[in-house]
Design a protein around this ligand. Structure first.
Ligand code: ATP
Length: 444
């Protein structure tokens, strides 16, 4: 994990937030490559969950909402983790982090047995809307994106004219004042979620729960996470929210252990019923065929952007052997991202930086590709070193313009370039006129 954290910083994927001031625990900034990776993930989720389906529409809700939302949803009263304080080292611990030896509770930091009883700690960040700071202006930063989908259910149903079953998808920031943020970005205090609320009839809830679990497992494989590292865990009844009739956690084998990436939960009609009751506004669905009115049930696949980005980086990280400039084998660090997720799809190099025609041709190729994919131009250092730099950030393809491109020795090689593939390190000669098409197929 240390190697991954250091690569993320060194190459500009993820930095500690406000680092120059000593940082702030549980908060992270994404650098130039991290933001591309994150966007690729969110765009692909949106494509798979919204654009490629007829039964899902999207929305983008506000982060701050009327406090009544959080009262009705139950978050104000119950969105908490049990917390324990160590009286000796003053550590604040999540109750499940306390070690128990021979039935005696111990602090994992200092080993002290002098611990407080556990008490609930609400994870929502408070803030005030407007100029007065009192109870009447109090609200919270949303701890999940789902609630605005429920509160907008009726509006979206009307404008989209969808029939059951149908879903509403949203990607956005969520905030939780985690007692103990840890494992790099895995448990952060500010993060992004990708959530779908899929509304259906009560009798079909369990069917859609199974369906979405399978769809979501396929999604992770389509972004390059191998099935062997993914696990679907059926959450037992005593761990589930009281209103859920079935929940599966999709877990991933991180270097620090098997941990949740996504929850797929059948939430029944709990949320819509709560908001209908609290707001006094009907959130019912009218079935034109049976002429019945009822509150739909909902299945929710809820994924974390940041956790998935971390899983993508962990999955991609590899070290292998590759020849250096003189043919001697050396260790190569490579991020084997699926080309679909890779922050940069293609790097373009002139063989030599001081040969004007090579440079001009390489820049022409950059212009040819730029409007279709993220490209990177590099002319500094030996070619082998430039390949290594791209391997380390997971660029799947590199194009080199050399003297053959001008047909200096073999006329039939005129207007061709070397295309080098990251994982196999194989090089092929391709026509510049075929390059765009060829790359587009491979990164789709
Ligand atoms: P955990 O048990 O790990 O705290 P959770 O069960 O509370 O997670 P959910 O409320 O189901 O999480 O949220 C859905 C998804 O949002 C999670 O699967 C995860 O990917 C993401 N998520 C939740 N909390 C965090 C966090 N503190 N940092 C990063 N991602 C998070």
């Amino acid at each position: 994990m240390e190697k991954i954290v250091s690569l993320c910083k060194r190459r500009g994927f993820i930095f500690q937030s406000s680092e120059i001031y000593g940082g702030l625990n549980g908060l992270w900034d994404y650098g130039p490559l991290g933001v591309e990776l994150k966007r690729n993930l969110k765009n692909y989720w949106w494509r798979a969950m919204v654009h490629e389906r007829d039964d899902v529409v999207g929305m983008d809700g506000s982060i701050l909402t009327n406090r009544a939302v959080w009262k009705a949803s139950g978050h104000e009263d119950t969105f908490s983790d049990p917390m324990v304080d160590c009286r000796v080292c003053k550590a604040r611990l999540r109750a499940d982090q306390v070690i128990e030896k021979k039935g005696v509770r111990q602090c994992p930091n200092c080993g002290s047995k002098d611990l407080t009883d556990s008490r609930p700690f609400n994870l929502m960040f408070k803030t005030y809307v407007g100029a007065t700071e009192d109870e009447s202006s109090l609200t919270y930063l949303r701890p999940e994106t789902a609630q605005s989908i429920f509160t907008q259910f009726k509006n979206i149903l009307e404008v989209s004219r969808k029939k059951l079953p149908f879903g509403i998808a949203q990607i956005g920031k969520a905030f939780r004042n985690e007692i103990n943020p840890r494992n790099f970005t895995f448990r952060s205090r500010e993060f992004e979620q990708m959530e779908l609320e899929y509304f259906c009839r009560a009798e079909e809830g369990m069917k859609w729960l199974d369906y979405w679990l399978e769809e979501r497992l396929k999604f992770y494989q389509n972004i390059g996470i191998s099935r062997e590292k993914l696990h679907a865990r059926e959450v037992p009844e005593n761990e589930r929210a009281f209103y859920s009739k079935g929940t599966h956690d999709i877990e991933y084998d991180f270097p620090f252990g098997r941990q949740e990436l996504e929850g797929v939960a059948y939430r029944t009609d709990y949320d819509l019923s709560q908001h209908q009751k609290a707001s006094g506004k009907s959130l019912e669905y009218f079935d034109e065929e049976t002429k019945q009115k009822f509150i739909p049930h909902v299945v929710e696949p809820s994924a974390g952007v940041d956790r998935t980005v971390l899983a993508l980086i962990c999955s991609a990280y590899a070290e292998d052997q590759a020849p250096d400039e003189k043919g001697k084998m050396e260790t190569r660090v490579v991020l084997r991202f699926h080309p679909r997720m890779a922050p940069i799809k293609c790097a373009v190099f002139p063989l030599l930086r001081n040969k004007e025609p090579l440079v001009a041709k390489a820049k022409q190729i950059v212009d040819l590709l730029r409007s279709h994919m993220s490209v990177f131009y590099d002319e500094s250092g030996a070619i082998g070193r430039r390949y290594r730099r791209q391997d380390e950030i997971g660029t799947p393809f590199c194009v080199t313009v050399d003297f053959e491109t001008f047909g200096e020795k073999q006329a039939q090689l005129r207007d061709t370039v070397t295309l080098r593939e990251r994982d196999s390190m194989k090089q092929e000669r391709v026509k510049i006129s075929d390059l765009l098409e060829l790359l587009l197929v491979r990164i789709a």
